[in-house]
Design a protein around this ligand. Sequence first.
Ligand code: UDX
Length: 456
Amino acid sequence: MERMNKPSKLGRRLLLFPAPFHGHLYPMLHLATLLHSKGFSITIIQTPYNPINPTHFPHFIFRSFYNSLLESYSKSPPPDSFAVLSVMNNSCSEPFRDCLSQILHEAEAAAAADKDPIAALIADPMWKFAGSVATSFSLPRLVLRTGSMSTLLLYCSLPSIREKGYLPPQDNRLDELLPDLPPFKVRDLPLEFTHDLLEALVQETKTSQGIICNTFEELEDSSIARVHQFLPIPIFPIGPMYKHSPTSAVSIWEQDQTSIAWLNTQAPKSVLYVSFGSVAAMSKAEFLDLAWGLLESMVPFLWVVRPGLIQGSEANDSMPEGYLEMVGERGYIVKWAPQIEVLSHPAVGGFWTHNGWNSTLESICEGVPMLCQPIFADQDMNARLVSDGWRIGLKMEKALKREDIAREIRKLMLEEEGAQTRSRITTLKEKATLCLQEGGSSNKAIKSLTSYLLSF
Ligand code: UDX
C-alpha cells in the first residue's frame, strides 16, 4: 500500500469521499485512477457499507470511519437505497468530521516534512454534510457528479417546475413536455418524496468549488451550459471516465468471465445483453414476464440475474420450472458480468437496461443500442434522453406482458427501427472516442482540472 510519506509526482494529495453505492463508487474509483496517473497521491475515505478492498488498489491510501447501521446493512441487505441514504446523512457527519480531522492533522505533520500537502476534497454530493465539514476546516471541495448533467439541470429546475404548477404531476398532463427541458416529460419527474434529497444535492454542488462530471461535451453540451447558469462554478466534463482505467480494475463484485467464453460462440451482433444494475429490483411477476419474453423472442441472450434482483427473493431459484432446458444453448445466465467487456464484445447487438447512468454511458461508448426499462431514481430521465433525445434506444412501456416484451426485443435486434438506433449510436460512439484523444473536449477538461487542483 502507498505510504503517506512517499511524495507524489505533483507533490499534492487529494481526498476522495464516494457515496457507497456501486453506481457512485465506480466513477469515483475511475477518477482516482485518472488523477493518480496525472501525478496526485490519493486517499479514499470510505464507510463499512460496500467497502472497497484496499488490496485491489495498492497505490491508494484508504481511511474508513465506523457506523454500526451501515455495517449491519453490509451484512443483511437494507430495505432499499433510501434507507442507506438516510443513515448516511443522519448519522455519519460526526464520524466523517473526526476522520477528516485526523487525516488533516497527520497531513500537517507530513507537509512540515515537505511531503504531499492536501490540495482538496472531492466528495459525492449525495453526502449532505461534506461541504459544511470541509468549510469548517477551510478545505477546498469539488463534487463528482456521477449522473448525467441533463438530470442535474432538471433537479436545478425543480423550484421553477413547481412554481409553474407541474407538481404534483396531474394524470392528464403526464405526456406534456416540461417547458425548456426537452425531451423530459411530466411523467419523468422524480418522485416527490425524493425532492428534498435532490435539492440538498443541488445545494451541496452549488456551494462547492467545481463540478467534475462523468459525461462529455458532445453528448450534453447544452445541459452543461445551462447548469453553469444555475451553478456558476467551474465544470469539468471529463467522461467517459471508465475509459481511464483497465476495464475490470474497479469491480467490487466478482465478474463471471465464462460469459465472455459463451459470447465467443455467438454470431456478430446477435446477442441481447440484459442487466438492471446493482440495486434495482422487480416483482416476481415482472421477472417471470421478462424470462418468458426473452424465451419467446427467439433472440440469443446473456442475462445478469444478481442476488436481490427479485423483491423478496435472495436466490437465483426463481426461474420457471423447465425454463433453463427450454432456453438451452440460446441463453446464458450469470450473477454478475464483466459488463464493459460484454458491451464491447462483437457478438452483442443490444442492451436491455434499467438506464442507470453508468450503464447508459457504457452502452453509448461501446455503440450498443438500448431497450430501456427504467425502474427508479434517475433512470426514467436517462431512458427519456436515450429514446426521445439522442434516439439511440427504444423505451419499453411499463408492465408489458411477455408477448409484447418479445415483440420489443425483436424490434431492437432484428427490425429497421433497431437498425436506425444502431446507426445513430455508432456516430455517438465515435464522438466518445474522439473526445478523449489529444485536443478532444474531455482531454482538455482533464488538463484544466489538473491545473485547477494544483491551484489550491
Ligand atoms: C445507481 C442507480 O440505480 C442509477 O440510477 C444511478 O444512475 C447510478 O447509481 P446502478 O443501478 O448500479 O446505479 O446502475 P449503473 O449506474 O448502471 O451502474 C452499474 C455498474 O455496474 C456499471 O458500471 C456496470 O458496468 C456495472 N455492472 C453491472 C457490472 O460490472 N456487471 C454487471 O453484471 C452489471
